[in-house]
Ligand binder design. Structure first.
Ligand code: FES
Length: 697
């Protein structure tokens, strides 16, 4: 059995926490005070939280973010989402086997009054966009309330151990997401007009312009805002394939929550589906946490995320299979292997190309969809409503910060607290920050000098990023033109070897080649952040070029880590000058980790794949209805129950639309599910704020 908790990490500090005891069914287990039930269960090796009433299938977590309701358990007699509920001393947590029993009726109780407040601006979501907007509002002393369902501010930033792209001045480029979250949260505290309600979930925006909010200890509150800013972020998309709901298949964001927020090691060997930034970054985070990454598939000809992210994991030894898709996740009650195959030009599987890899976890990183229901409901209610960040448009967190800043200023103007218009260059910068990556090129190493000391830039795609230029006081690196978007290049030979560019590059895509001691055998400095594979002087490493092709073995001659390096380590090797400029990294994974173990014989048909995970409705139940001409999701729901479950159709709606697309039906012809209050499940009693009572014996 491998270590289930992360006790050492290259970037994250491991806090000292108090141990508490709780019960899982009849077993007494240990947890850390303050952690959510699902993480406490994972830390004890428990990934199956119950079995579904319809088909007895094993249930576990999927989103780890309160969106899917897949992780339900009974805690002290009440059904709860285990990923959102903190474990308590002596809590009795039970698995949900079939339908959960209703909690016992309460015989004596009292209604208590419901707190109501009026506010200028309600911000739903305390992530990068919400916080950036709140800073603008706070500067203008506007009465603002941020509501967030987590126990800390920062949204997805608190899951990001890597350094951010963009520019230092506009969006903290070169700083890690976890640190940006801390900076923004600290800044918020300096503005007394901004209040923060953590552990509070916005449930609905009612037609009387009131917003219902429930606290995590089930207190109900009502807020009457003049303006609503929806900065609620995004939810992960799922995929239809056989085995897609097996415990061990989850969203890439859920995985980051377990690993980087809760310091749980939920996997030993994982496979990633999707080559956008989310999937690529999740693979990197897995390596940082000491988890083997068996491979990553991307259905397109090239990954959709930044090449520097892809190359970073390829250099470490992760195979990236483009023009491949997942066929199935295989296993009895949890993932034991994954089968992938090549696709043709129509993205259909090519028979005979199947490969099966042993793994215990499959991450789905195929995209995000905006959490926009609050925006639509607030608009419909007639509230002045704005949106920012992923809730407005899916993009990088650096872009979310900028869109939040713009929304904050626009709201201030709307409230008459700001006369000046939003500067035109803010809109320009916001657009630059959400630019798609440019075409891929091949680094031109011949242009680098072979004397003195010089940075070598392995970045091979235009992306909005320039911290290497900003930190170089010698002006050695420049980007042609005045855009953030150009590719950095060498401007002069005044490098003094300060390593600042090597340390700050978010793609770990700059090395330093030093010819000063030995022209024929220069020293190459390589950035490195995976301490679980520890290297020291005298160790051998297999060097690679910028995209992970093996070059040659070399001995480590020195390692450097200091305060200025901000947790990025430098590994130094001496190599012949003919390869020095190509050296960009080295492998940490052995080839045997990533080899397919056997060829698959597909014994399942895609009709088995689950579309609605709450109600266990398969593709095979829905497809005939689509073929019969039903174009209203409400009808499909009424016939099959798809979308009727606890999550309220948040996961399956996109998948059913995907099936319509596959059948060649335009989505314009399809009627979506009618949105019904409330958007988040809660016990009915909360609307009366039942304050105390006695159980009916
Ligand atoms: S895993 Fe808990 S709600 Fe999705």
């Amino acid at each position: 059995m491998y270590e289930l908790r992360i006790r050492k990490h290259p970037i994250l500090s491991i806090p000292k926490r108090k141990k508490i005891g709780f019960y899982w069914n009849t077993r007494r287990l240990k947890a850390y005070e303050g952690e959510v039930i699902s993480s406490a269960l994972f830390a004890n090796g428990i990934h199956i939280f119950g079995h579904h009433a319809k088909d007895d299938s094993a249930q576990g977590i999927f989103c780890a973010n309160g969106q899917c309701a897949q992780c339900m358990v009974i805690a002290n007699g009440v059904p709860v989402k285990s990923c959102m509920t903190k474990v308590e001393e002596n809590m009795i947590v039970e698995s949900v086997e079939g339908l959960p029993k209703l909690p016992e009726a309460i015989e004596e109780f009292q209604f208590s009054s419901i707190e109501q407040i009026d506010i200028d601006v309600l911000i739903i979501g305390g992530g990068p966009a919400g916080l950036s907007a709140a800073l603008e509002l706070g500067k203008r002393e506007i009465d603002t309330l941020i509501v967030d369902d987590k126990d800390r501010l920062g949204g997805k930033l608190v899951l990001q151990t890597h350094k951010f792209f963009g520019s230092i001045d506009e969006c903290y480029a070169g700083t890690r997401g976890i640190d940006i979250a801390r900076i923004l949260a600290d800044n918020i505290k300096t503005y007394p007009s901004v209040r923060v309600w953590l552990n509070n979930t916005v449930m609905y925006v009612f037609s009387d312009k009131k917003v219902g909010i429930v606290t995590h200890n089930n207190q109900y509150r009502v807020v009457g805002p003049k303006v609503v800013l929806n900065a609620a972020g995004a939810r992960e998309k799922s995929l239809i394939f056989p085995g897609n709901t097996l415990p061990g298949v989850y969203g890439a964001g859920a995985f980051q929550t377990l690993v980087n927020r809760d310091l749980i090691r939920p996997a030993k060997r994982l496979f990633v589906v999707g080559g956008g930034n989310v999937g690529l970054i999740a693979a990197y985070h897995a390596l940082q946490a000491g988890i083997d990454v068996v491979g990553l598939v991307e259905v397109l000809n090239q990954v959709g995320g930044y090449q520097v992210h892809a190359n970073k994991i390829k250099r470490l030894g992760v195979p990236v299979y483009t023009r491949h898709t997942i066929l199935s996740a295989n296993g009895h009650e949890q993932v034991e292997s994954v089968t992938v195959c090549q696709v043709n030009d129509s993205f259909r599987p090519i028979s005979g190309t199947e490969k099966t890899f042993e793994c215990d976890t499959v991450l789905i990183g195929t995209g995000l969809s905006p959490v926009n229901e609050f925006f639509m409901e607030a608009r419909e209610a007639g509230i002045n409503t704005f949106s920012a960040g992923d809730a407005q448009e899916i993009a990088e967190a650096s872009s979310a910060m900028f869109s939040g800043k713009i929304a904050g200023l626009e709201i201030a103007r709307e409230l008459g607290k700001e006369d000046k218009p939003v500067p035109k260059d803010w809109y320009k910068k916001a657009n630059t920050l959400k630019s798609h990556p440019g075409p891929i090129t091949v680094p031109q190493y011949d242009s680098y000098p072979e004397t003195g000391i010089t940075p070598v830039i392995h970045c091979n795609q235009e992306i909005p990023c320039n911290p290497c230029v900003s930190v170089c006081k010698q002006g050695v690196i420049r980007i042609p033109g005045d855009s953030l978007l150009g590719k950095p290049e060498i401007a002069n030979n005044k490098c003094i070897g300060c390593n600042k560019c090597v340390f700050i590059c978010p793609g770990l895509a700059i090395s330093l080649v030093d010819y000063r001691e030995n022209l024929d055998n220069p020293v190459v400095s390589i950035p490195y952040e995976i301490y679980n594979y520890e290297y020291k002087k005298g160790d051998w490493v297999l060097l690679t070029d910028y995209e992970g092709n093996s070059l040659q073995e070399a001995v480590v001659i020195d390692t450097v880590i200091n305060k200025a390096s901000r947790k990025t380590q430098i590994i130094k090797v001496r190599v012949p000058k003919d390869i020095a400029r190509q050296v960009a990294g080295f492998k940490v994974q052995r080839d045997e980790v990533t080899l397919p173990k056997n060829q698959a014989v597909l014994d399942k048909i895609p009709d088995d794949a689950i579309v609605c995970r709450c109600e266990r409705v398969t593709a095979g139940e829905i497809r005939p209805l689509i073929r019969r001409g039903i174009k209203d999701l409400n009808q499909i729901k009424a016939i099959t129950r798809a979308g009727m479950g606890a999550c309220g159709g948040k996961t399956c709606e996109n998948l059913i639309l995907q099936m319509y697309r596959e059948e060649g039906i335009s989505l314009e012809e399809v009627t979506l599910n009618t949105r019904r209050p409330v958007f988040v499940e809660a016990p009915l009693g909360i609307f009366f704020n039942i304050s105390h009572g006695r159980k009916n014996e």
